[in-house]
Design a protein. Structure first.
Lengths: 314, 314
């Protein structure tokens, strides 16, 4: 029996190496290379070609190669029970990715509060104009999405002296963080968020959740940080909100189309900071033990780590 | 008896307000306004006109209005014992200033490690080029100056996951921070510092300590952050080191001449990030109790807080 990678856009070498170091006997295949499809128990996937999973009759587990599973949902074989072995779907939870994401958000938030965008623009004009940093107490940071990434970011920002609240689908208590949930509390949450961070999973419900209606509920002058997915954002609505001055700026790390096309208006917008999807990445070395652990659990008939509810889409 | 402000460049109103709130009976004067010079016990000064302190026959304490006292040393009446009452010299130690400085340095360091300077330049060219963050373990941050500001910054950076070492004049033990001292250990310290932060007091010895000789001892590709004083830096040596590629970049918050003149080459240098002396400022409200406390101690004949050794110049 063996595992396979199905990830046409990714280099598999950095993934195979640490797995081989941990278990030299492990049989690893890479799609579309020639190998009997029937020997595959577990498939590690990222943006796999829709339909291809149907070729594996003995597939027991599909593991996303990252924290998100939105790329899996593009395949009509999922979430419908269209696969023979009814495989369990899991994702990878990487402590290093969680730490890196919190760090990126701390940087983006400090950058905003300490007026680094303004000073960069002033430098371009050789202009010396010291202004006050933004007030931490007055400017609440609102985090949409309080999963493992959102909770870690909330705690890190709170420890750094910022006022933080959060919103998610279902209730969750987090020490010292005011947490809102569900559609009913969304407006109250938004009305407090002077800095809005999107860390939601991408689902049918959250697609384009960063739209004109959402922005209109934020206090005037609010700032947006999107590190979720490009499809969370209705791009033209952001441009309108910035141009009307309702939003004061945005820091964006994810985009509908990546790489962001050269002629996209975000690049040269004076109020937008663009980073090329670098907030955090799953580290193949740090998740290798988790992959092996799930393979062993699968073989021992135990429940798997980091299972995904495909109906909830996260 | 009364206190006076002697600070032609500063607005005294934000200072007087909180002092009056704490002690409505306090007599406060402002130089050069008319008042009997003999009634002044304590002078709060910032860049006072040299010689003017000699007018105050009963002066018992001179308090810098900030953490540094280099501005006092420009007056030939100090450090020579040229003042009648042989006043004690103190400075203000502001917890908020220390916290703000650590925060600025965390921002500058994260900005460098997470390649934000690079991404800003890429954005100007509408170019999508994700690159790896710098490695924290490999890139040691060296802090010159381990007083209250330097120690707090070292601890904050260390907690944020960075490798930190420090250097100062005399030995000092700080938990988990490797600390070097004196001329003999300077070269060893510099050879480890991939990021060099200057937080030294400005004295005859430290003036122009950031020079070609110092830079040549740093590993190739090192990055400089100067938040000490503009006079710590030999400006033309920095330009040479950057242009030769020995230093990879610099973040500067202080300058020989402030405001930085419009035609200064730092403004448009692609490897220099300029901020207009905003890393941290003494908050008049947070130091008001300290000023009153020293006045009370003076009147009670007790030793003063935050005394300065004028011969050491800090």
């Amino acid at each position: 029996m063996a595992i396979t990678f199905i990830c046409p856009e990714k280099d598999t070498e950095p993934w195979i190496q640490p797995l081989k170091e941990l278990d030299p006997t492990l049989e690893i295949r890479v799609w579309p290379n020639d190998h009997p499809r029937s020997e595959i128990e577990l498939a590690l996937t990222w943006a796999h070609p829709p339909g291809v999973l149907g070729e594996y009759p003995n597939l027991k587990c599909i593991s996303s190669m990252g924290a998100g599973i939105d790329h899996l949902l593009a395949d009509s074989l999922l979430p419908d029970p269209g696969l023979p072995g009814n495989p369990t779907i899991v994702r990878l939870v990487d402590r290093e990715l969680i730490r890196d994401m919190s760090e990126y958000l701390l940087l983006a938030v400090l950058h905003h509060f300490r007026q680094f965008d303004f000073y960069r623009a002033q430098q371009g004009q050789s202009a010396w104009r010291p202004i006050r940093p933004l007030e931490k107490k007055e400017r609440v940071i609102g985090i949409m999405g309080l999963g493992q990434l959102g909770e870690a970011a909330a705690k890190r920002l709170q420890k750094a002296g910022f006022s933080v609240c959060g919103w998610r689908n279902s209730p969750k208590k987090i020490d010292k963080i005011q947490s809102f949930h569900g559609k009913d509390q969304l407006e109250t949450f938004l009305s407090r968020a002077r800095i809005l961070i999107c860390l939601l999973p991408l689902t049918r419900t959250t697609r384009h959740i960063l739209n004109q209606n959402t922005f209109s509920k934020l206090p005037r002058g609010a700032y947006l940080i999107n590190v979720g997915r490009g499809d969370h954002l209705e791009e033209s609505d952001l441009l309108t909100a910035l141009d009307q001055g309702h939003l004061s700026g945005a820091c964006l790390d994810v985009f509908k189309t990546e790489p962001l096309p050269e002629d996209h208006p975000f690049w040269q917008h004076p109020k937008i900071l663009v980073t090329p999807h670098i907030s955090s990445q799953t580290n193949p070395r740090s998740v290798a033990p988790q992959i092996l652990s799930n393979l062993n659990r699968l073989r021992a008939g135990k429940s798997l780590l980091n299972q995904v509810d495909i109906k909830k889409e996260y």
